[in-house]
Design a protein around this ligand. Structure first.
Ligand code: AP5
Length: 214
């Protein structure tokens, strides 16, 4: 299965991705996670990305495209992958098309999580992530276990000013790729409002039954 998750910041892409990759046995490729790791490791790529991410801006296409295309060409992606947060601009979508065509493979679905802006700030500012397990919590909607609280991370772009900037970027630069995939007949819209389990049920309904890759 080769699938893309699109949606505004805090729409639930990472939360739902954890479920899909465990049931479908495919790698979860999050451009945001890859960039945060590069920043933590102080690589050249991380230095180019750091300031833009803190402001809530997109990292330039020339930095992100090569990073993700190289990742999906690795052997563990041969039977599929779940892309989370990439592509986010029209040039990224076109570069992905070129890479997939060169590899002789095609996308199965592009899932758009629809969540109104009015719910986004509360979701994002309340998020906490567990660096040891990768689990994503929310102080109100998905409270963390007490033994994990001390090590939880509050992302540097999960404060209100950066979230507002990220939402603006989403509407200006990422939303325009929705018609690009709609025209290809790949777009599946999923209502992202409701409990995470309710959203998972809607996601499974549009993706079809899970199969664990052997
Ligand atoms: P990235 O890490 O991709 O962030 P994002 O797209 O803004 O998405 P988030 O991770 O904020 O949200 P999510 O949809 O995964 O929600 P989650 O499941 O965590 O990108 C960060 C930055 O990196 C960008 O701003 C940019 O600078 C750069 N970048 C990354 N990719 C790039 C690219 N391709 N090009 C250029 N730059 C790029 O859920 C959020 C919270 O809500 C959690 O607390 C969760 O517990 C809670 N929650 C989840 N589902 C529900 C529910 N149904 N009900 C209630 N709460 C819920």
């Amino acid at each position: 299965m080769r699938t893309i998750l699109i949606g505004p910041p805090g729409a639930g892409k990472g939360t739902q991705a954890q479920y899909i990759v465990s049931t479908h046995g495919i790698p979860h490729i999050s451009s945001g996670d890859m960039l945060r790791e590069a920043v933590r490791n102080g690589t050249e790529l991380g230095k180019k990305a750091d300031a833009a991410m803190k402001r809530g801006d997109l990292v330039p296409d020339d930095v992100v495209i090569g990073m993700v295309i190289e990742r999906i060409q690795r052997p563990d992606c041969a039977r599929g992958f779940l892309l989370d947060g990439f592509p986010r601009t029209r040039p990224q979508a076109e570069a992905l098309d070129v890479a997939l065509a060169a590899a002789g493979v095609a996308l199965d679905a592009v899932v758009l999580f629809e969540v109104p802006d009015s719910l986004i700030v509360e979701r994002v500012t309340g998020r906490r992530s567990d660096p040891d397990t990768g689990a994503i919590y929310h102080l109100k909607f998905n409270p963390p276990p007490s033994d994990a609280i001390a090590r939880l991370v509050h992302r540097s772009d999960d404060f209100e000013a950066a979230v507002t900037a990220r939402l603006d970027k989403y509407h200006r630069e990422t939303a325009p790729i929705v018609p690009f995939y709609e025209a290809k007949g790949l777009l599946k819209r999923v209502d992202g409002v409701g409990s995470p389990d309710e959203v998972t049920a809607r996601l499974l309904a549009v993706l079809g039954p899970a199969r664990v890759a052997g």
